[in-house]
Design a protein around this ligand. Structure first.
Ligand code: UT7
Length: 322
């Protein structure tokens, strides 16, 4: 039986932290640092400087993950990169990353778009490629420059997001690794979180900024995250007691704590980086996982429950042993 296993993690945050006070002053927002902290748990976020693209963030995160796994870029035979803020309409950010990594081995590479659910989707897809025997060593990346799609006059959304990237090396193994994953989507909810614009004749058409019904998203997230976590634990034949840590999508501390409570997991088991990352969409889970690994909060043999939810709506979970 072939399984997949994470053998290295890496992440990257651009620039210096931008505090709530700095953001409010920079954009003249009708808000306060206290409101943002109380309603979201966010104190600061990183914003990519002009000219820095998702592939640049992905490159640094990937180099860190490869170094942790003791692998060279040409050892990789599959890149799955989750992003909703790609460098270009095409080619994919995955192939741009492949070039920037100096790869020349013809590895498969593609982007995957499931917004904040993107990393779980990418991990699940790469796991299935490896379990099938078609590929042996994948780079799974979440990379975002959400600051590029924010309306800085909309205080209800622009304070929530940040930029960054996280990556893992996923290798074939005779032991799991990834025990189980679960993926879901429901397009009926596509309008509660969207960037409802596109390019037409060289011009943006529609609305090119992120729009969100925050309360609807909040309720949806709490409901499906608990459900999908239960589903994936059942699929793996595991219980909450066996979970060393919960690595949820980092959108709002209140969503994370509500989910942990529903799962009867102590909040201390919840990895929290939203306070200094903000919501980095597809990058948030691998960023949080890498921070937890590098700080020694989790390590070899620990079992982590990863879960994400985002525009589409998409949601999913994975249960892994490191
Ligand atoms: O990545 C996946 C997607 N994202 C999420 O998971 C986000 C889910 N939603 C949320 O996290 C929360 O709904 C928000 C943080 C976005 C908003 O928190 P809330 O407690 O649901 O606030 P609200 O939308 O009910 O707004 C309450 C008040 C409103 O004012 P009025 O109408 O009561 O006068 C808002 O206009 O807070 C106001 N408000 C703000 N006030 C100061 C909204 N944003 C701000 C702000 N500063 N930045």
């Amino acid at each position: 039986m072939i399984y997949s296993r994470i053998t290295g993690t890496g992440s990257y945050l651009p620039g210096t932290p931008c505090s709530n006070a700095d953001l409010i002053a920079r954009h003249g927002l009708d808000s306060t640092p206290e409101w943002i902290v109380e309603r979201t748990g966010i104190h600061s976020r990183h914003l990519a400087p002009a000219g820095v693209a998702a592939s640049d963030l992905a490159l640094e995160a990937s180099r860190n993950a490869l170094a942790a796994a003791g692998k060279e870029p040409n050892d990789i035979d599959l890149i799955v990169l989750a992003t909703s803020t790609p460098d270009y309409i095409f080619p994919s950010t995955a192939t741009i990353l492949q070039d920037k990594l100096g790869m020349s081995n013809g590895a498969a590479a593609f982007d995957l778009q499931a917004v904040c659910g993107g990393f779980i989707y990418a991990l699940s897809v790469a796991d299935k490629f490896i379990r099938s025997g078609s590929h042996r060593r994948a780079l799974v990346v979440g990379a975002e420059t959400f600051s590029r799609i924010l309306d800085w006059s909309d205080r209800g959304t622009c304070v929530l997001f940040g930029d960054g990237a996280g990556a893992v090396v996923l290798e074939a193994s005779d032991k799991p690794g990834v025990h189980a994953t679960a993926l879901h989507a429901d397009g009926r909810y596509r309008n509660i979180l969207a960037v409802p614009g596109h390019l037409h004749g060289g011009q943006p058409t529609g609305d090119p900024f992120l729009r969100m019904d925050g309360q609807a998203v909040f309720k949806f997230a709490v409901k499906v995250l608990a459900e999908v976590a239960e589903e994936v634990m059942a699929a793996a034949g595991m219980t909450a007691e066996q979970v060393t840590c919960l690595v949820p999508h980092q959108a709002n501390i209140r969503i994370m704590h509500a989910t942990a409570k529903k799962l009867r997991l102590p909040v201390e088991k919840c990895i929290v980086t939203v306070d200094h990352h903000g919501n980095t969409s597809a990058a948030s889970i691998p960023l949080a996982l890498d921070e937890a690994v590098r700080s020694g909060k989790v390590g070899a043999g620990d079992t982590a429950l990863l879960e994400g939810v985002g525009g589409g709506f998409t949601w999913g979970a994975a249960i892994i042993t490191l």
